[in-house]
Ligand binder design. Sequence first.
Ligand code: BG6
Length: 488
Amino acid sequence: NFKKPTAVVIFGASGDLAKKEIYPNLFWLYKDSLLPENTIIIGYGRTNLDIKKYLKETIIQKVNLDNDDLKIYDEFIEKNHYITGNYNEEPKFKELDSKINELMVDPNQNIQDCNRVFYLAVPPKVYPNISEMVGKNCRAKEPFLTHLVAEKPFGKDLETSNELSKSISRYFKEEEIFRIDHYLGKEMVQSLIALRFANQIFRRVWNRDSIESVFINFKENFGTKGRAGYFDEYGIIRDVIQNHLLQVLTLIAMEQPLSESADDIRDEKVKVLKSIKAIKLDDVVLGQYAKNENGTPEQQKGYIDDEGVDKDSLTATYAIIILHINNERWDGVPFIISAGKALDETISEVRIQFNQVPANIFKNYCRRNELVIRIQPNEAVYLTMLTKRPGMDFVVEETDLDLTYAEKYKGLYVPKAYERLFMNIIYGSQISFVRSDELTEAWRIFTPVLHEIEEKKIKPIYYQFGSNSIPEAENLIMTKGKYSFERF
Ligand code: BG6
């Protein structure tokens, strides 16, 4: 596929996602000569837009150009086109199809068509319409490929997600649908498989015999920042836990796949998801951030002060959940997922805490070993160990075996998640995308508890913007989660 001409169509081209991620990442790939040579980009949206002006004035602020790049940016602009239309307006989709054909006809090379990527950067409620319109009017002619890219949220629960999948699958085969979970494009998430299955020392201990507890911790030091219109309908569990953090968990917990292929990996992910019991309300603590009168100007606004949020909104901006995997490897090991907005720092990491040493002779010094995989910021893997502190005294203390990427891989470029995902979409690799059975399982695990929270109108615990954590959540982490904070 590498050399095949490609048309990328962005639905919702004037929206936030297109502005923040899609256009800048396409440009970076173009700049690094990673897009197929003959690529065109067509924005499609309901808003009238002069795309060349938009790229020149607005997107340019997102791409960090230095002077040498200006010429390349101008070239990139020339690859862009735009169509204004509604998402159910068939004549406009016919126009889109003709436009792609017209831009692609190259008599010298006898090219009649191209691979086509249709990116749904729009709210999911219009996915069915667009899929139908594209399916009926804009598919590439074989042997060229048609790829449909969908962003989360894929529904709000199992039922709505299944409906959405059903309507899309009328027009697209599973291998043509690329469901994005951008966490799967992150460097450290990509490297989990290597860490787990290429290292004998980890393979042997990666189970209930040696691991006490697994803690996936996600914190952001900012609030919903004007995204409340979306967020208030979904809440933190649907925003990051049911997708991003559950994906990380499956990669930590799955068995070794038969090979590195996308389907072998996803088969194992589905198996482990099937072994996770649906979550119980007793294993959940919910929070909502409140204003912090002594904080920065941003922190002086609570969640309910964000525009569009009801003053009595019960939406959780923080949640902690304990999950259990019912299989031979993990029976009895709690998996803790904690995620919150408006906390004290921005961090995303996995902490694997090992058992206490049996018959330990260093009573005063013993801590548990812990393997930490820091997804962001500053990608790192480190293992806390106990060693004798150098010196005349015999003091056992904790230290780290530290693989910080910025040190170890100085000068090596770490691709951004969307750059990598775009490459996969364009060249047709499903390895970092969510298959429909994975999605169904993910919703099965979360739907009952989400419904119960909503039906019973469970009140979140309020925490101040900038807090380190919530005491009730810490309590759950230490009791049911069996996680020890003693090293801090
Ligand atoms: C998005 C969520 O999917 O992921 C956001 O909607 C969240 O609420 C974001 O902030 C976190 O991902 P990243 O890559 O920006 O840290």
